[in-house]
Write a protein that binds this ligand. Structure first.
Ligand SMILES: [Zn+2]
Length: 195
């Protein structure tokens, strides 16, 4: 079943980090529950899938590696944008997943070139590495909704983008402000008879 992925981060690696939704909540929402989810997301994000036939064990480890890479990228980018020290173990994981060439396999006794399942992580790792080395850290932002915490790269001219998406968190915040304003008017107005 195809999910509707919201690719609003402006960078592949940021959209990947955003596959864990509501990071600011006690229980965030995992959007990469199965390997099929990972494949579905990578297709939506435009990543070419594995060309080698994959075993079920390989699919499982790729999903685990994908989630681990995602958390490393998330920590690296948040630390980087805050001018904090980057964790060596996160950098190591990023390095591990940087793109490699196709590998050689035996298929029915013949040597063939093929990209393994985990090769779909390569472009994501590359994108994160590019951001860390060439990005402008002021442009990396977290959604104005603390609960949402989706990351995005602000490419607006003014650099004033606040929300992952105006249609989601932006509108929710606007509705809440409207509600709060109405409520504060209602509570500050005390009828004379009750004074
Ligand atoms: Zn948001």
């Amino acid at each position: 079943m195809a999910k509707r992925w919201k690719l609003v981060g402006g960078r592949l690696s940021l959209d990947f980090v955003n596959t864990l939704s509501w990071r600011g909540r006690v229980t965030p929402r995992e959007d990469l529950v199965t390997y099929a989810d990972l494949l579905d997301w990578s297709a939506a994000a435009g990543i070419v899938p594995a060309t080698k036939k994959t075993s079920s064990a390989e699919r499982e480890t790729t999903l685990t590696r994908a989630r681990a890479l995602r958390e490393s990228i998330s920590r690296l980018l948040v630390a980087w944008s805050g001018g904090q020290r980057l964790r060596r173990s996160d950098l190591e994981r990023l390095n591990q997943e940087l793109p490699r060439r196709e590998e050689l396999y035996l298929r029915r006794g013949k040597l063939v070139w093929g990209a393994p399942a985990h090769a779909i992580l390569g472009p994501i790792a590359q994108c994160a590495a590019d951001l860390l080395t060439e990005g402008e850290r002021e442009r990396l932002k977290s959604c104005g909704s603390e609960e949402c915490a989706w990351l995005f790269y602000d490419e607006s001219r003014t650099g004033g983008r606040r929300w992952c998406s105006m249609a989601d968190c932006g509108n929710r915040a606007k509705a809440r402000r409207h509600y709060d304003r109405k409520r504060s008017v209602a509570t500050t107005f005390t009828p004379k008879s009750e004074r």
